[in-house]
Design a protein around this ligand. Structure first.
Ligand code: ATP
Length: 363
């Protein structure tokens, strides 16, 4: 039996605020699914409705063939790990993890807790109180406490938000490992795009209560579907132009008095306002036009800023049309010596560009 998690037309209104707006979503069983969005976009409310902590104003929530919309939280085969850990401070680690098992009068509590401690790599910590643990260790206990109940779906609400950067990175890898080991569905809520991209197999980008785009991380990054996704997931140079026609499988775009081509998944009517997008790491800088590969497309400009960011450097290039382009280049590579004020040719492989609808008045 499939145990996909499905949300069908799920809406949540708080008075005049529509926090979640007719959400349709399928989370395949066993996937690591991230709900990604800025503060206030509705991701926590969505998670709380799946957990049963918030009642939808409309719509249905299904787990496999079961409609769980009206089911009490504790009856759902779903557990949540919160950013705040929410451990019982007066119970030791062992008893924190055993809590749900004891309540359900399970056998083999000791063995199950030991198995969980091994899974989260906390063997030997059973007799400590939460107050005697680091933040990362407390988060592992919270995880073990949720996993020991063997839920079909584990909900993770910004679980790494309280950890410092180094620990967060380590826990990201840990969470991925644990997910692979237990094979259950993980739904992870975060505002951190890097976290979503590194951990999840599917990312849903939420904005204003709706899903802007859903797909594997690389697909969202390489082929963003909206200007919001293009700028929320990393940086994008968005050149405002008009669709001019088609060239084979590509679309021709006029922008800044020039003609460019870009692969497009769908064609728009000639004259449609579009953005031609190029990621900063796909934008190269050359000091002379001779150095630009034949097939590349180009815009000339002046370097107005450069900053060294370790593994790469970031350059800002102001074009004659007043647009500012951003280019990343490996610090040790060809661009290391591009001086401030230099006349450059910004160029890119047209196969790495993408096309977006440009909302009226933008660009
Ligand atoms: P954050 O990352 O800051 O938690 P979020 O994306 O998880 O943000 P939600 O917490 O789901 O967003 O909130 C979505 C919208 O619903 C916001 O405008 C918020 O103010 C509103 N909201 C959430 N909970 C309530 C509530 N209990 N009463 C009234 N409004 C609420």
């Amino acid at each position: 039996m499939s145990t996909d998690l499905r949300l069908a037309g799920v809406t949540k209104r708080f008075g005049a605020v529509t926090a979640v707006d007719a959400l349709d979503l399928t989370v395949p069983a066993g996937s690591f699914f991230a709900l990604l969005g800025a503060s206030g976009c509705g991701k926590t409310t969505t998670l709380r409705m799946v957990a049963g902590l918030e009642e939808p104003s409309a719509g249905r929530i299904l787990l496999g063939d079961d409609d769980i919309t009206g089911l009490r939280a504790y009856r759902r085969p779903v557990n949540t790990v919160f950013q705040s850990y929410a451990l019982f401070p007066h119970l030791d680690v062992h008893e924190n993890i055993a809590f749900g098992l004891r309540r359900r009068r399970q056998r083999d509590v000791r063995a199950q807790v030991e198995r969980m401690l091994a899974l989260v790599q906390l063997e030997g910590y059973g007799r400590r109180r939460p107050g005697e643990l680091s933040g990362g260790q407390q988060q592992r206990v919270a995880l073990a406490r949720a996993l020991v109940n063997n839920p079909r779906v584990l909900l993770l609400d910004e679980p790494l938000g309280a950890l410092d950067l180094t620990l967060r990175r380590r826990m990201q890898i840990e969470l991925k490992r644990i997910h692979t080991e237990v094979g259950m569905t993980f739904v992870h809520v975060t505002h951190d795009q890097e976290e979503a991209m590194t951990m999840a197999d599917t990312v849903a980008v939420m904005n204003a209560g709706r899903i802007e785009q859903l797909g594997p991380p690389a697909q969202l990054y390489d082929l963003p579907a909206t200007p919001f996704v293009a700028t929320f997931l990393g940086q994008s140079n968005l050149l405002a132009g008009e669709q001019a026609g088609t060239v084979g499988d590509d679309v021709a775009v006029t922008a800044y008095g020039q003609r460019f081509t870009v692969p497009a998944l769908r064609s728009r009517a000639a004259g449609t306002s579009v953005f031609l997008g190029v990621r900063p790491e796909k934008l190269h800088l050359a000091l002379s036009a001779d150095a630009v590969p034949e097939a590349h497309q180009r815009l000339t400009g002046v370097v107005t800023d450069s900053s060294y960011v370790g593994v790469s450097s970031q350059y800002l290039v102001r074009t004659g049309w007043g647009t500012e382009l951003s280019a990343f280049a490996a610090s040790t590579g060809e661009h290391r010596q591009v001086p401030l004020g230099a006349q450059v040719v910004a160029h890119w492989d047209p196969r790495h560009a993408f096309l977006l609808d440009r909302p009226p008045g933008e660009g």
